[in-house]
Design a protein around this ligand. Structure first.
Ligand code: GUN
Length: 296
């Protein structure tokens, strides 16, 4: 038996088309056009690609978007001033400072300078804290995308044992916190495994749903999984491949071939979690424009 492939691209397209409809309603009924600002510092090639993709996605759903490109030697002070400008701009509902930032800038200072009501990345400590205690907030885009993928693919996490491998601030910790809430689409029993474990297998073997967010290529293999597990692979890793044109290929944190023989469902890389991240960024921006956050 081979696993069902969870099509993140298709599910993300569904969400984007729902957002597009909401945007046209918001425009015609209330005259509001959701606005998202991006700040990109330096020339990081991956960041440039991501920001371009996000800007294009905004255009497709009818958002206004603006990208402020700053040189790599921009001072922390100048960046903080730009953040303040967008914080005070009434046409901008969401503000995203693309990470990573150059090493001379303290990322945490920048994240904390963003108005929490415009923090569509969900990185501000106020939003992280609200998430932990179950209040309305901006959920970080990749973790929220994982939850949405599970629910929309018919794998509701409620009552299931979810094992998250990885404890980063942008995926592992927030996804664990989202899925353990006593809420619809969550209510899971959550274990977080990480590099502190001598052996991951005793943990991964217990998962009904496994979320791999280790940042290491193909470290989770089929032999580490329980029959019938649902596998969500968050990894995007380059591995050398002399057979390919570019000399590399993209793989996840899960060894797809062996895992798909054991799992009942699995996300591919690419085309699984990746497209969901942008869809959730749009959803958060729409929520910001509607000013739903913090009003409950
Ligand atoms: N860099 C990689 N992923 C992200 C993200 O989701 N948000 C921001 N701001 N930077 C990133």
């Amino acid at each position: 038996m081979s696993a069902h492939i969870i099509d993140g691209k298709k599910i993300a397209e569904e969400i984007r088309s729902e957002i597009k409809q909401e945007v046209s309603r918001l425009k015609s009924e209330q005259g509001i056009v959701p606005g998202l600002a991006f700040i990109l510092v330096g020339e990081n090639p991956a960041s440039q690609v991501y920001v371009k993709m996000k800007g294009k996605a905004c255009e497709e759903v009818g958002f206004f978007s603006i990208t402020e490109r700053l040189p790599a030697d921009t001072s922390e002070q100048v960046l903080l001033e730009k953040v303040q400008l967008f914080n005070n701009d009434p046409t901008i509902h969401g503000l995203l400072v693309q990470l990573p930032l150059p090493p001379h800038i303290n990322e945490q200072h920048i994240i904390e300078a963003i108005d929490p009501r415009k923090d569509v990345d969900g990185f501000h400590p106020m939003n992280v804290g609200r998430l932990v205690i179950g209040l309305e907030t901006f959920r970080s885009c990749t973790p929220a995308g994982i939850q949405e993928l599970l629910v929309r693919s018919g794998n509701d996490p409620s009552g299931k044992h979810v094992v998250v491998v990885g404890r980063s601030n942008i995926v592992g910790k927030p996804v664990a916190n989202i899925l353990l809430q006593k809420q619809k689409g969550a209510n899971a029993i959550v274990t977080v495994a990480h590099t502190g474990a001598k052996d991951l297998t005793p943990y991964t073997k217990e998962a009904d749903i496994l979320i791999a967010a280790t940042g290491k290529a193909e470290v989770i293999t089929g032999a580490m999984l329980k029959k019938g597990v649902v596998v969500i692979d968050v990894g995007i890793n380059r591995v050398e491949d002399p057979m390919s044109k570019q000399g590399y290929r993209i793989v996840g944190d899960v060894h797809f071939e062996s895992a798909s023989r054991v799992a009942s469902a699995i996300t591919p890389v690419p085309g699984g979690v990746g497209p969901m991240t942008i869809a959730m960024l749009l959803k958060n921006t729409l929520q910001a424009a509607r000013k739903l956050v913090f009003e409950r």
